[in-house]
Structure formats: C-alpha cells, structure tokens
Ligand binder design. Structure first.
Ligand code: SAM
Length: 478
C-alpha cells in the first residue's frame, strides 16, 4: 500500500491530457474490428438511453452476423466494462485532467472499453490502446483519438491491483468501501451484502468476487418432459448440484435460446436458485386440497412454467397474475401447453375470493441486487432510494398473498436480493401483522449446504453458485 495513496494527495502527473473538441470533418473509413465496435456501440446505448447491455448486444451480434471469437470478445468486453464501470471511471478520472462529467460521452465509452482491456484482460497493452484509439479515430475523429490515447497510456502505467491500492478507500478505516472499490460495486450495495452476510471481511470479499465473475448459464428441464440427466447429455452441460431439474452450461457457451431443447420448450433458461425457491414452495407439507396454485407476480414466467408443470402432473392448475401486459404475454408464451391461466392485474387488487388457493408464490419486484452478475450495468443504475418504494410494494403483495391462500395453505416469498429490508424485514413485519407462521424454510432446500440459522434461506453466488435469491415460506394460520 503506498503512503500517498488516499485522500487529497494523489501523485502528481505532469501534462494531463485535455479532452479536445469533437471533430466535425468528414467521416473516416470504418475500422475492421467488429467486436470492439459492437462493444462500443452497446456501451453507448447503455449510457445514452439506459438500455440493457444483455438485450442490446445479442441483437447487434445477430444483426451483424458477428459470431465465434468476435462474438465472445464483444461479449467479454461489453459486459466486463459495464460491470466494472465504477472502478474504471475512478482510474480514468485519475488519468485525465478534468472530472468525468466534462469528458465527451463517446470518448468516455471508449475509455471504459480501453481501460477494461488494460486492467482486466490479458490483451497486451499496446493492442488494447491501439485498437481502441483506431476505433475512436474512425468513429469520432483524430482530436478525440489523441485524448483517448493519452489517457489510456496513463492507465496502462499500472495494473489493476496498483490502481486499487492507490485509489480505493483505506481498508483499515473503511473495509467495506475498500472491498466495494476493488470489486467494482457501489459502496451501498457492498454495505447491503455485508449486513446480510454479517461480515465485513472474508465472506464479503468472496461474495463480491463471485458477483463480479461471469455466471454459468443454468437450464431447467421441464418436469414430465425430460430429465436433468437427459438435458445435460443433449446440451453437453452438467447436472446441477441441488435442483433435480437443473443443468449448468459453461459461461459463454453461446446463446442458450438457440439450444434445441429450449426452442422445443423441453427446457428453459433459469438460475438454479430460482428453481430451488419455486421448488421450496411445492415441498412445504400441506394437509387437504393441493391443486390450485397461484403465482402473484409471474412475468416473465420462469417460475410459473416450473410450478405449472409440477401441479399439472397431479391434475392441478396454476393461475398466473402479472401487472405488465407485455410481461403477461411472455408468461403465456413460456407456459403454453401447461395448465395455466394468465391474468393481467395488480396482485394487490385481484378479483379472487379470499382463501381460493392452496399454494401462492410471491416472487416480488425487487432491487435485483442478487442477480447483478447477470445484468452487467444494473449495479450502477440502482439507487438506495429504490429500496423504500419496493419494500412497501413487497409488504402489500405478501399480505395479499396470505389473504388469498386458504387457512393452512402456504405462501412462498421470494426476492432476488439479499438486502435485509427486502428480505427479513418484509417477512418479519408481515408475519407479525398477519399472524402467519414462518416455516423453517431450510428444510425445503434438501441437500443445500450453508443455509445459516434460518428460518429464512439466503442463497449466494459464492456459496451455492446461484444468484443471491432469498426465500421464506409462510403458513396461514388454520
Ligand atoms: C421478480 S419478477 C417475477 C419473476 C417471475 N416470477 C419469473 O420467475 O420469471 C416480478 C414481476 O412482478 C411484476 N409486478 C410488479 N408489480 C406488480 C403488481 N403490483 N402485481 C403483479 N405483478 C407485479 C413485474 O412486472 C415483474 O414481472
């Protein structure tokens, strides 16, 4: 750790480059670098119009017929740069003579792309700088290219560890801030992880590290159609460790939507943690009828498809509610052929009579802090203020679910977030006000290790290889 590393006394760097004006002359011939061009354009869409990188990039790759190594490179650079944005920006700012807010937006996209290659890939420095600068020259002109060149050369002077050492908060006075910086997470999110884990050191470090890695693709075999063994054999994947229907594919194994079993609706893409949470609801012991299940927040329908296939095996049915019409349509598509009726409605104001269902799933809208691995830019977009709005809605949906389930019936409350306000906070509050019993949900996750003290279940990427899903199963008093 360098002594000049923190606070106001940054090392002096002579002749920092000034961002020039954007060039207005004739356009340059296009560069032959489809992967980086696609990455740059996706980063621009993310910055300019709040687009989702994991929607924009695959479309762009398809439209331009970018495949193989170029597609893999574009994916790595785009998602990597989007994920690491906060860290990259801090380094870029340290290498520029002015705040990022005064740097041309398109130049900033290119700087993020270049800095990511320099700090987090094995691409040789000269190639990372030259390829980025060529792209900028062709796209934006030589003035901006000169600026980008100068900043990237400064970035290349040190590796990632040295930059973290120089720029991150002091680990002794702010251990969470230090880990957040080093693993490219906003501090408030690292803080939320720390509170859920009850740790500010090694477990937090491992959680943030795992959250920064590219996740494997998980598939779910449709019960009654194909087994996990068969699905693994067809796709070349591995049977998942915990879900009896799960299969893991290697990260970067191509677009899983193109796999034949997925196209033929024998399987869907679904994180193993989501599978386990849906299954937990089905595993809770129940006396009496068990053939009317409700999914109160169903879109886009991953859990609805799994639940419907299971209830359908015993002749039952699933009612799926979704507020957003376009997402309700996705539920219809993914559950076609299954015993499902889809309603477009607010789950807090449906027409169902009280006590109409045996099991109810509330897979509530949430911050998604548990699935940051899968949504590259999400961590920089979410704000702490989102939490308060969401927990109110979560409490209302869970309360309504406990009214719609019959006495003795069970409700699964699931969020893809480890934030305590969205998880234990909501469940404890609603259970207290409704008198519902919180079951020891760990018993509904057989074979899954490291589930803590219960009664709730919090899954983690670093412990379970799943998204950080939270699940609590509650029973309405008889
Ligand atoms: C976390 S997602 C559910 C994911 C889904 N269960 C799956 O496995 O594919 C939450 C869903 O709730 C929907 N939603 C938000 N507010 C709602 C409300 N008041 N009533 C019903 N659905 C709502 C959102 O549009 C979103 O599709």
């Amino acid at each position: 750790m360098t002594s000049h590393s923190r606070g106001a006394s940054k090392p002096s760097r002579p002749q920092r480059p000034h961002p020039p004006r954007r060039r207005t002359g004739p356009t340059r011939p296009p560069v032959e670098d489809p992967a980086r061009l696609a990455a740059l354009e996706t980063l621009r869409a993310v910055r300019q119009r709040d687009a989702y990188a994991n929607l924009v990039l695959p479309q762009l790759l398809r439209d331009r017929r970018i495949t193989g190594r170029d597609a893999a490179l574009a994916t790595e650079l785009t998602y990597g740069a989007a994920r690491a944005q906060g860290l990259l920006d801090a380094v870029i700012e340290a290498c520029s003579d002015r705040p990022l807010s005064e740097v041309d937006g398109s130049a900033l996209d290119a700087l993020r792309l270049g800095a990511y290659q320099l700090l987090r890939t094995r691409i040789p420095s000269h190639a990372a700088v030259a390829s980025t600068v060529d792209l900028v020259r062709a796209e934006l002109g030589s003035g901006i290219a000169g600026f980008v060149n100068a900043v990237l050369r400064r970035v290349a002077e040190q590796d990632e560890a040295a930059w973290v050492d120089e720029l991150a908060p002091d680990p002794d006075t702010d251990p969470i801030g230090n880990l957040a910086f080093a693993h490219a997470h906003p501090r408030w999110i690292a803080q939320a992880f720390a509170e859920a884990l009850g740790s500010r050191d090694e477990p937090l470090k491992r959680a943030l590290e795992a959250d920064d890695a590219r996740p494997a693709v998980h598939l779910v075999a449709r019960p009654g159609e194909v087994s996990a063994d068969e699905l693994a054999a067809i796709t070349g994947g591995d049977v998942a460790p915990y879900s009896p229907y799960g299969v893991h594919l290697e990260a970067g194994a191509g677009d899983p939507g193109d796999l034949e079993p997925v196209r033929e609706r024998l399987a869907n893409v679904q994180d193993e943690g989501s599978q386990l949470c849906a299954l937990a609801l089905t595993r809770a012991p129940l006396e009496g009828t068990d053939d009317r299940w409700l999914d109160l927040c169903a879109g886009p329908g991953g859990k609805a498809a799994l639940l419907a296939a299971l209830v359908g095996l015993d002749g039952g049915e699933l009612i799926a509610v979704e507020k957003a019409p376009h997402r309700a349509e996705l539920v219809r598509k993914i559950t076609s052929g299954l015993p499902v009726t889809v309603h477009v409605a607010d789950g807090r104001e449906t027409d169902f009579v009280e006590g109409a269902f045996d099991r109810v799933l509330v897979d509530a809208p949430c911050t998604g802090l548990g699935a940051l691995r899968r949504r590259p830019e999400a961590r920089w977009r979410r704000q702490p203020a989102d939490v308060g709005t969401l927990t109110k809605l979560q409490r209302e949906l869970l309360t309504e679910a406990l009214r719609l389930v019959r006495p003795g019936g069970v409700v699964g409350y699931v969020v893809c977030s480890p934030h305590l306000s969205e998880t234990v906070g909501v469940v404890t509050d609603v259970a207290r006000r409704t008198g519902a019993e919180v079951l020891d949900t760990r018993e509904l996750f057989p074979g899954v290790p490291d589930l803590g003290d219960g009664p709730h279940v919090q899954l983690w990427p670093h412990l379970h290889g799943t998204d950080a899903m939270f699940c609590a199963v509650l029973r309405r008093p008889s």
